[in-house]
Design a protein around this ligand. Sequence first.
Ligand SMILES: NC(=O)c1ccc[n+]([C@@H]2O[C@H](COP(=O)([O-])OP(=O)(O)OC[C@H]3O[C@@H](n4cnc5c(N)ncnc54)[C@H](O)[C@@H]3O)[C@@H](O)[C@H]2O)c1
Ligand SMILES: [Zn+2]
Ligand SMILES: [Zn+2]
Length: 437
Amino acid sequence: MQTAANIVQSNMGKMPTVVNPQYKHREDGSTMKALAWFGTNDVRMVDAPIPDVSEPDDVIVKVTGTTICGSDLHLYHGEIMALQKGDILGHEFMGKVDRIGPNVKNLKPGQRVVASFQIACGKCKFCQQKLSSFCDNTNTSSLQNYMYGTRDAGFFGYSHFTGGFPGGQAEYVRVPLGEVNLLPIPDEVSDEKAIYLSDVLPTSYHCVVDTGVKEGDTVGIWGLGPIGQCCARWAKIKGASRIIAIDQVPERLAFAKEQGYEVIDFSKEKDITKKIHELVPGGLDVALDCGTFHEPKTLLHRGMKMLMLETDVPETVNEMITSVRKLGRCGLIAAYAGFTNGFNIGALMEKGVRLIGNGQAPVHKYWKEILQDYIIPGKFDPTFMISHRVPIDDMAKLYVAFDKRISGVEKVFVETQFSAPSSEGCPSVSRVDSWKS
Ligand SMILES: NC(=O)c1ccc[n+]([C@@H]2O[C@H](COP(=O)([O-])OP(=O)(O)OC[C@H]3O[C@@H](n4cnc5c(N)ncnc54)[C@H](O)[C@@H]3O)[C@@H](O)[C@H]2O)c1
Ligand SMILES: [Zn+2]
Ligand SMILES: [Zn+2]
């Protein structure tokens, strides 16, 4: 699939952008540690050239914290198109400003910043509304433009389908248009509290707000990774009265139960819709998809995916549509990439279900609000989801462990040689080899 996608993309040429994904290397030839993709289930630590200012609006960030996301697993499994051998992955990171281009006025070397996972131009009609993930000007992918009719913003470390920008699972990152795509972090906010402003916090918040969770709603959440766990918290903050949480990972279900949510283990409960209608007669007000399209539940869809008859599976979406009440709302924040078979279009139409593609989350719309109104006053402490801290040398092993969800792994803080020691109450460093499987 990757070879075909890369050939099609290269034949189609590139869409115009205001930033160039290629970076200049430091003149002294110095290198850094980085995690790169080499094939399906094959990621490796490499020594890569340290980036230098390549365009006048660039900022080079010295990374003090990075992580792995459920979205990285789609890349790991080769489910996102147009990956190329040697691509540096990672789209959630923070650090200190190392070097700045001549146009950068609001940031200084040494300043602590968090990056948004998307690279936005700051000027187009979407950026003017802070809808940064929908920016029109930063993604060269003609393939995405052909498949979707338009294209997303460019993303860090997320294949050439989203612009081919080297990512943040590295010791240094070049951030194009740094004034737009970096948020300064006050000294009193620790790295562990700030880093997830890159993605997980705005993403989960966006899912809850965009799907319209309101006072008194009963909300079903499919998938209890970091996104699902944060969605549950935001839903409660927005007044949800009940949370029904669905997954099969024992530690994730146990944690959800501790929080007071009702849980369904889908490895034991075969008919999720029936179970939900037993628990909530008439159905859920809202259903949120925080799962993953690369783990088919049924033999039928496993087969169709294997035969390339579909790229994505509709199982979760179908369960959500049949589990909500008439005129219920379904939000898709889980990533999807292409096409699916057996979608229950009849139930969608007949029940008047509002099916909302939440899109890739527009980080810029929410990150200041979340920092100021929730993190600083202590109303939302993101460190609840950090299960482990590991050194960047373990990044390749972390992909294997995170994919298998061993040792109760939830969100991981990945440190570099530039990181501060772990903060009080947060996990201290461990090696992936020592985790229990
Ligand atoms: N739209 C965005 O901007 C955005 C940003 C970040 C992540 N995401 C997406 O959100 C999703 C969740 O991310 P994460 O980091 O929490 O991932 P994760 O892989 O840690 O968690 C996914 C969870 O879904 C569960 N799951 C799988 N199949 C299921 C099913 N049929 N029913 C119920 N649960 C099921 C898994 O057991 C797992 O616990 C991913 O698809 C990711 O790509 C989207
Ligand atoms: Zn992510
Ligand atoms: Zn823009």
